[in-house]
Design a protein. Structure first.
Length: 434
């Protein structure tokens, strides 16, 4: 895809003027066809990447200072067959075109102005409709192919493709579908269950690193007005990386507002245990979160504290973006490019306010400490980071946002990167769906 930065910027600048435009669904016989297009663009300016070093945390070369533009377009179609006594057939297909122009990112994942076009989703499925009326409408769904799949908010499973290298648009991350899936789902209202067989993919071409990871397992959830309780198990297989092959993964979690008399109090927590694999490891990760929403105060402030811990041999595998900053790329500087939810303990304090219904503002502070100091490093203090963001939902289909972040290295980061400069990041983005 040959797209100049100037043309991309001009297109994004015109989004608001045409944001009321929408593609209409239509019928071909008894089949409902729903076309869609999603556009995204971002500008990022990062000073003192890797705290001023020239090598990223995984050993890839990176620029000390960088400015870059990213953009993507995702055209797609969804098809839904007629409702019959035997249920409903459905399917979908989409593609991704992406590009990056400018310098490398702080992780070293982007070089040489990459661009790509490729298939994103291609799936078929069946919903039970009223066939099993005692369980409820569409209680059972079966699907297969290339599709998205997420459990909870993505702490365990959320992203089937790690955008990097020639994929382009590494920060925007438009590719999330698992490359091969078989999914069976039961949803009766309070009870939700999944049986899944998923294959994730990573391809860092210029580092000659390619990997497929297959996961087979099940998920069970109890969903109530006060929250959700869940448990998941899966087993890894056919992994190109021997360290990831044959691992048993167990997960329990809870999230909601469990105190009926205090609906402004939110609680969440999750624990993951990994056992087995090539080295017969035993690793774990967990988080606990408490929030309080001042719903009757001006701008409706919400204060959140979260503690998360990841053991030194924990493998995050396919964690994803849960829909807002901090889940689960924790810190737009450190979490995006330096520490990837392994061998780290993280404290987060967040204040979010809503000065208007369509505007969200947040201030987040992080403290990062290594779970175990690596060889040659005599400190566990990795650093601190502060992010300030503003998101504007201009229309239901158009979102514009900006963030400024500052990260200060601790002794562990200074020794790891051989540098001790403060890192500054400014980024802005726009996404438009129609």
């Amino acid at each position: 895809m040959k797209v100049s930065v100037r043309c991309l910027a001009a297109g994004v600048g015109a989004l608001y003027a045409g944001s009321s435009f929408a593609l209409d669904s239509f019928n071909i016989g008894d089949v409902l066809v729903e076309p869609s297009v999603t556009l995204g663009a971002a500008y990022l300016n990062h000073r003192n990447q890797a705290f001023g070093g020239r090598t990223s945390s995984i050993g890839l070369e990176t620029d000390r200072n960088s400015s870059r533009f990213e953009g993507f377009v995702i055209p797609g179609l969804k098809l839904t067959g007629p409702q019959t006594a035997y249920g409903t057939l459905f399917g979908g297909v989409s593609a991704v075109g992406a590009m990056t122009r400018g310098g490398s990112d702080a992780g070293g994942f982007t070089h040489d102005d990459p661009e790509s076009i490729g298939l994103e989703t291609a799936y078929v499925g069946w919903k039970s409709g009223d066939l099993l009326s005692d369980l409820g409408k569409d209680a059972i769904t079966l699907s297969a192919g290339r599709q998205n799949f997420m459990i909870g908010d993505g702490f365990l499973i959320g992203d089937g493709h790690f955008d990097q290298g020639k994929d382009a648009a590494a920060w925007l991350g438009p590719r999330t579908a698992f490359h091969q899936t078989l999914v069976a789902q039961l949803d009766t209202g309070k009870i939700h269950a999944d049986l899944f067989d998923l294959t994730a993919n990573a391809d860092l071409d210029y580092a000659d690193y390619k990997e497929n990871l297959r996961m087979r397992g099940g998920n069970l959830e109890w969903r109530d007005t006060l929250g959700t309780l869940g448990a998941t198990y899966y087993h890894t297989m056919d992994a190109d990386n021997a360290l990831r092959d044959g691992v048993d993964v167990y997960d329990v979690r809870a999230k909601g507002t469990p105190i009926a008399a205090l609906p402004q109090v939110g609680m969440a927590g999750e624990y993951v245990w990994q056992k087995g694999g090539d080295e017969d490891k035993s690793a774990h990760a967990w988080y606990a979160q408490l929030s309080y929403a001042f719903s009757h105060v001006l701008w409706k402030p919400t204060l959140t504290y979260r503690r998360s811990q990841f053991s030194d041999d924990y493998d995050p595998m396919t964690y994803g973006y849960g829909g807002e900053y901090g889940t689960w790329y924790q810190g737009e500087i450190v979490g995006e490019y330096m520490l990837f939810n392994s061998n780290v303990n993280i404290d987060l304090l967040k204040l979010a306010v809503q000065p208007r219904e369509d505007v969200a503002v947040g201030l987040m502070g992080y403290r990062f400490r290594l779970d175990k100091a690596p060889t040659g490093v005599d400190s566990r203090d990795f650093g601190k980071e502060v992010n300030l963001y503003v998101n504007w939902t201009a229309t239901p289909s158009l979102t514009v946002g900006a963030l400024y972040g500052v990260a200060l290295p601790g002794d562990a980061a200074k020794q790891s990167f051989g540098a001790n400069n403060t890192s500054h990041l400014f980024q802005t983005f726009a996404t438009w769906s129609f």
